[in-house]
Design a protein around this ligand. Structure first.
Ligand code: AKG
Ligand code: MN
Ligand code: ZN
Length: 239
């Protein structure tokens, strides 16, 4: 769902979700949740995704919210998610090489946190460039529903949204949903070749994930998940 005149479609896995306007009641709820973090109606995020997990068997595999819409691979990007209902385990890890075409974290970099009812989880900085996240699968298939509302800022609007601006004169357009323009190399060989070509040795890896309770859960927690050496590893990571 999107705010105002924005009409950006959103690609979720293989599915292309058409936009619908955020209803007034949800905007009021967003404001109630997010004003504790200093937001007012004007500065609220301009998009939200609602995910329903009916039971612990419903999950989301390793991925990054790195769609061109949010530009999270090239600039600081904030993602705020609110959890309601059943507690579930959220895991993060540094991007490793793909295995069997699937995005996987590097071994030894994975940490996790329980997301309880009323928790707010933020992913900040270049988190989507350097890290993956997942919502783990549990065992039970008995109903134990959880709703997750993920708020993001669309900064690179995609056709046919009226805010869409074609990026370059040669016709290439990184903001069109599904564009390959911002994707990192898929194989180690390509990654090495790119390093050689760019002459790049290392870049700073930054980004963090924090979880804060906003009153829904008793004994609200605040936990910051950090990569192995406090968010500043001297390495580049690849998809
Ligand atoms: O349900 C969650 O907490 C995470 C959902 C998620 O990562 C997503 O929708 O991209
Ligand atoms: Mn996600
Ligand atoms: Zn838009």
């Amino acid at each position: 769902m999107v705010r105002g005149e924005c009409r950006c479609p959103y690609k979720y896995g293989k599915e292309l979700v058409q936009p619908s306007p955020i209803p007034d009641w949800l905007e009021d709820v967003m404001l109630r949740w997010l004003q504790e973090f200093g937001f007012d109606r004007e500065s609220l995020p301009n998009s939200v995704n609602l995910n329903l997990y009916e039971h612990a068997g419903h999950s989301v595999g390793w991925h990054a919210d790195d769609e061109p819409l949010f530009q999270g691979k090239v600039q600081d990007a904030r993602i705020i998610s609110v959890s309601l209902g059943a507690p579930r385990r959220f895991r993060i890890g540094m991007r490793g090489l793909r295995r069997a075409k699937k995005m996987m974290p590097d071994k030894g970099t994975v940490s996790d946190v329980m997301l309880n009812h009323g928790d707010v989880c933020t992913m900040e900085g270049l988190f989507q460039k350097h890290f993956l996240h997942q919502l783990s699968r549990g065992k039970s298939t008995t109903p134990d529903p959880r709703v997750n509302a993920t708020f993001r800022w669309i900064v690179e609007h995609a056709a046919p949204c009226p805010f869409h601006v074609p990026r370059s004169e040669d016709g290439s357009d990184a903001s069109v949903v599904g564009s390959d323009a911002l994707k990192a190399p898929r194989s180690a060989a390509k990654a090495k070749a790119r390093l050689k070509q760019n002459g790049a040795g290392a870049v700073r890896v930054s980004g963090r994930c924090r979880v804060t309770g906003i009153g829904g859960s008793e004994g609200a927690q605040t936990k910051t998940l950090r990569p192995p050496n406090r968010g500043e590893l001297q390495r580049e990571s690849f998809q």
